[in-house]
Design a binder for this molecule. Structure first.
Ligand code: PLP
Length: 302
């Protein structure tokens, strides 16, 4: 159908209205699978290598044999951009256990399902960056690493959905979860940073969180800029005493938080270090794109 977005499923492109998978897909039946959210700027995908490496690591952790090389996954992502004539875009790559009879044995699903979709996206409204958003410390805690390990970007997102529901009910845009041991952990779709006494703090990955690709880039950027950085185990009281808070993810980049629950963060406006890092991050995007070798797999045609 004319004008419909194209979706990739297992080697074929389908118009959105015809893009279908089986009701026996274990991604649907059990949330059994992994995914990545990626972002393209001017037709190039940011941190493509890191996203694909994380997907591959997740697949190994849950014993899914994707059956595709990293290069061919990169090719597919670029094909979906080209097919949909997209430059600035949001991309989603999902890999499920595949279709199989009901039951938990992975052997029931011999072939994974690979789905890639994309849509135009050139960032969240500037107002959010000027004013900052409200985040809520929620009661739902992050999965313990010995349970569904948060390091795996799993399709099984119910825990995060429950956390987000709690935040939305409180009038906030994002939920901040504690670990099952009570340490500040991460957002439902983001990693968290804050500034206290001039030090940029973020929970260590060992707390049990998703090692965000943006988190990693922001840590590198902060260190390069001479900002003191501490990764560790932090209490909610430490967070509550922050002068600045921000969240990171692929689509947010760096999103200031100016209200934590009912309490203004610092003077209630995006802080100096937050604004500095956001500006630096945006300035460096062309360099990040140029440095990422995976972008070389881009198909020639557009
Ligand atoms: N933590 C969680 C739970 C997430 O879902 C996400 C992204 O969706 C992130 C952190 C940030 O990850 P990234 O920076 O790789 O987008």
């Amino acid at each position: 159908m004319e004008g419909e977005p194209w979706i990739f499923i297992n080697g074929s492109f389908w118009p959105k209205s015809q893009a279908k998978i089986s009701v026996f897909d274990h991604g649907l039946l059990y949330g059994d699978g992994i995914f990545e959210t990626l972002r393209a700027y001017g037709g190039k995908i940011l941190f493509l290598t890191r996203h694909i490496e994380r997907l591959m690591a997740g697949a190994r952790a849950i014993s899914i044999n994707i059956g595709q090389s990293a290069e061919s996954l990169c090719q597919i992502l670029y094909q979906i951009l080209a097919k949909n004539h997209l430059g600035d875009a949001y991309l989603r790559l999902s890999v499920t256990r595949g279709e199989g009879e009901i039951g938990l044995d992975p052997a029931l699903c011999p072939h994974p399902t690979i789905i890639v979709q994309a849509r135009a996206f050139s960032g969240h409204p500037p107002r959010l960056y000027q004013e900052g958003i409200r985040a809520e410390l929620v009661k739902v805690c992050r999965n313990a690493p010995k349970s569904t390990d948060p390091a795996i970007k799993s399709l099984n997102f119910l825990n995060n959905i429950l956390a987000m529901q709690e935040a939305l009910r409180a009038g906030a845009r994002e939920a901040i979860m504690l670990s099952h041991e009570g340490w500040v952990c991460e957002g439902s779709v983001s990693n968290i940073f804050w500034v206290r006494e001039g030090i940029l703090k973020t929970p260590a990955t060992a707390v049990g969180l998703l090692a965000g690709v943006t988190r990693e880039a922001v840590l590198e950027l902060a260190r390069l800029s001479g900002i003191a950085v501490e990764e560790g185990y932090f209490s909610p009281e430490d967070l509550a005493a922050a002068k600045e808070i921000f969240l990171t993810n692929t689509t947010y980049e760096i999103m200031p938080v100016t209200l934590l629950g009912q309490c203004p963060v610092g003077d209630g406006r995006p802080g100096e270090i937050t604004r500095f890092l956001l500006q630096k991050y945006r300035e460096k995007i062309p360099q990040f794109l140029a440095e990422d070798e995976s972008n070389l797999v881009r198909p020639a045609e557009s």
